[in-house]
Design a protein around this ligand. Structure first.
Ligand SMILES: C[S@@+](CC[C@H](N)C(=O)[O-])C[C@H]1O[C@@H](n2cnc3c(N)ncnc32)[C@H](O)[C@@H]1O
Length: 239
């Protein structure tokens, strides 16, 4: 039987055991040594952890299964690692329109083609319909190109740059996305890191918490942290 496609996108490229590490671990266990060897096989240019992909699959599935009204959006899609996963869960249901927004300027990858071409290839390779692409600086494409109602939003526009600049960009996005979120909609923020609550993750883009906590201060929603291993993220559910 074919492997489950969502699981393939979550962990298909990650293998932490090999016959050699298993042998070493049997030896360590036998001699009661308190270590375990795992193969370090991160995907090249990985944008999120396996734990985060699991979180995404459940959160997207949740809004679709419970019929939360609206389209799906991702603000900052780069070459589509998280977007392909969101779309894979989306097509399991009666697929909703899925919009992605990016300036497609940053490129951390040396592989062939432009960022947009690699995104399209990733979707095609997974047998997925392409997302609706909104190319340009989000300070210009939002709000004009946003759908009327939104059920799921992923905010991922951090590039390790100046926290105040990143906060201001996210505040611009939030100002326009928040009123379009339906009751029960989920908004996930890559790199949301609360030093008092996040377990293990890095604080790689501090502007995210500055924007989220500041924006929600006088609103009824509160940020929840999610476990992402060495990455951080969090979400709120619209009241
Ligand atoms: C960390 S990457 C997104 C990773 C993506 N979610 C993935 O899983 O592959 C951040 C993206 O945000 C985009 N970005 C940052 N600032 C932007 C802006 N002002 N307007 C449009 N895109 C922007 C960058 O071009 C980059 O592709």
């Amino acid at each position: 039987m074919a492997k489950d496609p969502v699981s393939e996108l979550i962990g298909g490229g990650v293998r932490t055991r090999t016959p050699f590490t298993s042998l070493l671990n049997r030896f360590l266990y036998k001699f009661k040594l308190p270590w375990k060897v795992v193969k370090n096989e991160e995907l090249p240019h990985v944008m999120c952890s396996v734990e985060q992909r699991i979180n995404f699959s459940h959160l997207v599935d949740q809004v679709l299964a419970y019929g939360v009204v609206g389209d799906l959006v991702e603000l900052g899609c780069y070459e589509g690692q998280t977007a392909a996963l969101i779309q894979m869960v989306n097509v399991r249901h009666q697929a909703r329109p899925f919009h992605v927004y990016d300036a497609f300027v940053a490129d951390w990858n040396t592989r062939s083609g432009t960022v947009q071409e690699r995104l399209k290839r990733r979707f095609a390779a997974a047998g997925l319909p392409g997302p609706i692409m909104h190319e340009g600086d989000m300070r210009h494409t939002l709000p004009a190109e946003l759908p009327e109602r939104i059920a799921f939003a992923h905010f991922d526009c951090g590039m390790g740059d100046d926290p105040e600049r990143h906060r201001d960009l996210l505040l611009h996005c939030l100002e326009h996305v928040y009123p379009r979120l339906s009751p029960g909609a989920i908004a996930v923020f890559m790199d949301y890191h609360d030093p008092d609550r996040t377990v293990n993750g890095l604080n790689s883009n501090p502007g995210v918490r500055m924007a989220c906590d500041g924006f929600l201060a006088d609103r009824p929603e509160r940020m929840e942290v999610l476990y992402g291993n060495d990455f951080s993220h969090g979400y709120f559910r619209k009241r």
